[in-house]
Structures are given as structure tokens and as C-alpha cells.
Ligand binder design. Structure first.
Ligand SMILES: [Zn+2]
Length: 253
């Protein structure tokens, strides 16, 4: 449902994403895509409402994304599949030579928003107020314009498939694209140190008890990965950023 001209323009990106389905794999271009598994075994990120670590969620979805990209004839490689990468800077280093870096994460909430509960005999915490995906780019990345394009096409494609974004992060992070829940997070090391366009994807809120179950479902993971792969084929193969690089890098007053 496009409400005005700007929406129609943005919507064209989504149409482009759909059109790519009909194109041969070769249309998606050259070079490989780096799929980064967020967090490590030692520092596994947030713990879900039912006690599973973010790293495990990230690994599942990252693997599904590599499969989905491969199914489209796009070469993709995992970064940090073993959870032992030594530093945040090592991630973009490992992605050297890739045409795009996508870092896979799952979202949590602020500590004061957590509520205690018991599950399977464990004392855990949850928050059911927020659900959905969101996306992040950095203006300190050397290709902000392309980063924003790929992020908004990912958001557009996922929403077209019925996935709903969250605006919880709009409370702290400025928007690059409100409709598609794309935010600026300039200081994020994995985005800032990348020498190629880079997007960080938060797949959903793992403290939400209902959404956690969805996020653990392999079929839904595959569907979400398929949407992301379609979007990346569109932005890398055919996408033209709305802004030039200098404009994309400009801070709002
Ligand atoms: Zn994370």
C-alpha cells in the first residue's frame, strides 16, 4: 500500500526485488558475499527468553542465508562460523575482497524492560512488548549509499513477504529509512571497518516469547533467508542508490 509518491519510488525497489526472481542467476553479478555470524562462543550475546544464546540463533540464520544465496548462484561465505573470531576488526578483515558484508544478529531489549519468569526449571527473563526485524548501516563505511540501498531493499522485500519490522530502535538510532526500519549506527565496528558496503541485520527480538519460537523455526529461517537473498540479488545486480556517496554520508543537522 503506497500512500504517496515517495512511497511509490521506494516501492519500485521492492518491485525490482520481485523481478529478479525471474532473472537467471548470472544477473546477480560477480564476487562473493560475506555473511558474518554475530558474537562468539565466549561472548555469545543476549540470552533468549528460553535460555538459548544469540550466537546460536545467528549461526542458524547465517547458514540459511548462505544456502539461499547459493541457490541463486551467488557465492557466499560464512565469517566466524566456529564462533572463535578474535576481534570485531577481524570480521571485516576476513571479508576482504567480498562485494558486500551482511552481519547477522538478533535483538534484545534494555535491562530495565526485562521481566523474570521460570521456564523448564530455569530462572530467565523476557519482554513481550517488542517484536520484528531492523537494519543498521554506518556513515563511516566507505560505501554508505550502497549499504543503505541494500538495507532498504532487504526491508522492503521482507515486509512484502509479511515480516514486520520493529521501531524499538528508533528510540535511540536515527533513521536512514523509516518505512523499512533502517537505522544509522555509525560507530559499529563491523560496519565501520568494512571496506565494502555493509549491513547489520537484527532478525527479531529473542526476549519476546512468541517471536523466539518463530525465530527458532527452520522453515521460517529459510523463508527469511530467501527474502534477504532475493533482496541482495536485486540491490547488487540492479540497484542504483538514491543518493550519491557524499549525500548519503551527510549527518542531519
Ligand atoms: Zn547481537
Amino acid at each position: 500500500m503506497w500512500r504517496d509518491l515517495a512511497d511509490v519510488r521506494r516501492g519500485l525497489l521492492a518491485v525490482g526485488a520481485a523481478a529478479v526472481l525471474a532473472l537467471p542467476a548470472a544477473a546477480s553479478g560477480e564476487g562473493w558475499i560475506a555473511v558474518d555470524v554475530g558474537h562468539t562462543l565466549v561472548a555469545p550475546g543476549a540470552i533468549s527468553a528460553r535460555g538459548r544464546s544469540e550466537f546460536e540463533f545467528n549461526l542458524d540464520l547465517a547458514r540459511a542465508l548462505v544456502d539461499a544465496l547459493s541457490a541463486r548462484g551467488m557465492e557466499a561465505r560464512l565469517i566466524n562460523a566456529d564462533g572463535r573470531i578474535e576481534s570485531l576488526q577481524a570480521r571485516p578483515r576476513a571479508a576482504e575482497g567480498a562485494r558486500l558484508l551482511v552481519s547477522i544478529h538478533h535483538d534484545s531489549v534494555n535491562a530495565f524492560e526485562l521481566r523474570p519468569w521460570q521456564w523448564a526449571g530455569r530462572a530467565l527473563d523476557y519482554n513481550d512488548d517488542f517484536a520484528g526485524h531492523s537494519l543498521f548501516v554506518s556513515r563511516d563505511n566507505p560505501d554508505t549509499a550502497m549499504s543503505i540501498l541494500c538495507a532498504r531493499v532487504m526491508g522492503a522485500r521482507l515486509q512484502r513477504m509479511g515480516f514486520e519490522p520493529t521501531h524499538k530502535n528508533g528510540r535511540r538510532r536515527e533513521y536512514a529509512d523509516f518505512e523499512h526500519a533502517v537505522h544509522y549506527f555509525d560507530g559499529l565496528a563491523v560496519l565501520r571497518h568494512a571496506r565494502m558496503p555493509a549491513v547489520l541485520f537484527e532478525a527479531g527480538v529473542l526476549k519476546n516469547r512468541d517471536e523466539e519460537l518463530l525465530l527458532r523455526d527452520p522453515q521460517r529461517q529459510a523463508r527469511m533467508a530467501d527474502g534477504i537473498a532475493t533482496a541482495l540479488a536485486a540491490c547488487l545486480g540492479h540497484g542504483v542508490p538514491a543518493d550519491d556517496e557524499a549525500t548519503a554520508d551527510r549527518r542531519s543537522p
